[in-house]
Write a protein that binds this ligand. Structure first.
Ligand code: ASP
Length: 355
């Protein structure tokens, strides 16, 4: 048995160490969970200088082990949700991923979540999670344009920066974020603009911040309602309604619109020309299917700018919805969630104005 005086001495000595050694006794790093879904960040090629490669080859543990520097930012553990190229992203993975993010975010010992994903559809998955994840904790997606085996692969630094942002409490409450190529994007605003360039992602509406070797600076909040402020939830949802996107072009007729209706679409998004415009024939077909209860949203194939209601198209007369700031692919995500319940056209238009 330690004598009372000796015990007292050691208690005081220990307390003194806590006071004088910075960080000692409070060295606990934030717990960040990494959910891997695949993509080029987990891709591999047979040489470090070739264009051909396969997405989703590297598992989550290998991905984490490849960036040992990230372990100084957070205590990391990984889970494999899927290992696919994001061109194959599907509702099953979306529902599984969203549910897991909600479960993890509700755990008191989880401070942040990183999701690795392919770049092809990251903007859609980010926006979907932004609408159905219920947390103010940082949920940060990342990706890469070059496979893990490439000369000058961009994945490791993107991953490192994503962990830094997920471990940073200042990242919370800004909706789902996408950290790539030193920029911090909001889910509603980012879009892929180049098929191959490392600097492919832009946020025409607004960039949320930057991150340089883990040092993050946040400028502003996200565009539109999100996460805790979103009215959408996946409680009791096992399937999402079918919505297709049809692009407008010169001499367009109504045949694809009729085919989408015949395929069982509950909604159709048109990637219109200009301000969500299309031929008179396409508008007539849309007005017809909209009378049958299929919700038709006019978006635009143009990368920036808003699609306004009743500008060149009489939406009131034809029973159509204007997508406002949303690209066709994001308008489709929002419409699928909105159609989980019966709504009036006025309520649907309100949703496109608010999210
Ligand atoms: N096709 C790949 C994917 O989206 C591209 C990438 O990740 O950069 O999974």
């Amino acid at each position: 048995m330690m004598k009372r005086a000796t015990r007292k001495f050691w208690q005081i000595a220990f307390a003194a160490i806590l006071l004088v050694v910075p960080g000692f006794g409070q060295s606990k790093l934030p717990n960040v969970v990494v959910l891997a879904t695949g993509g080029t960040i987990a891709g591999a090629a047979s040489s470090d200088v070739q264009a051909a490669y396969t997405s989703g080859q590297v598992g989550v543990d290998q991905l984490i082990a490849a960036v040992p520097q990230a372990k100084k930012l957070a205590t990391l553990r990984g889970e494999q949700i899927s290992n696919i190229g994001s061109q194959d992203m599907n509702d099953e993975v979306w529902l599984k991923l969203a549910r897991r993010v909600n479960e993890l975010a509700a755990m008191p010992d989880v401070e942040g979540i990183v999701i690795t994903h392919g770049t092809d559809t990251i903007e859609e998955t980010a926006y979907f999670l932004n609408l159905v994840v219920k947390t103010k904790k940082p949920v940060v997606m990342t990706a890469a344009m070059r496979p893990s085996t490439a000369l000058s692969a961009d994945g490791p630094l993107n991953f490192y920066n994503a962990v830094a942002v997920a471990a940073n409490q200042a990242a919370g409450g800004r909706g789902v974020l996408v950290v790539i190529n030193d920029w911090v994007h909001g889910a509603a605003s980012l879009t892929k603009t180049s098929t191959t360039a490392v600097q492919t992602f832009l946020s025409p509406l607004r960039l949320i911040g930057t991150v340089a070797y883990g040092d993050a600076e946040f400028y502003r909040g996200p565009v539109g309602r999100n996460t805790l402020d979103s009215e959408f939830s996946l409680d009791g949802v096992s399937a999402l309604p079918r919505v297709d996107i049809i692009e407008a072009y010169e001499n367009m007729d109504g045949k694809l619109i009729d085919a989408a209706a015949a395929a069982g679409d509950k909604g159709i998004v048109i990637a219109g020309v200009g301000n969500g415009n299309m031929t008179q024939a396409a508008l007539a077909a849309l007005a017809e299917v909209s009378k049958k209860g299929i919700v038709c949203v006019r978006s635009s194939r143009v990368v920036t700018g808003r699609v306004g209601r009743n500008v060149e198209v009489d939406d009131d007369k034809l029973g159509l919805i204007a997508s406002e700031d949303l690209s066709p692919q994001k308008a489709r995500v929002l419409l699928r969630l909105a159609l989980l319940k019966q709504r009036s056209l006025a309520d649907l238009q309100r949703i496109f104005q608010e999210y």
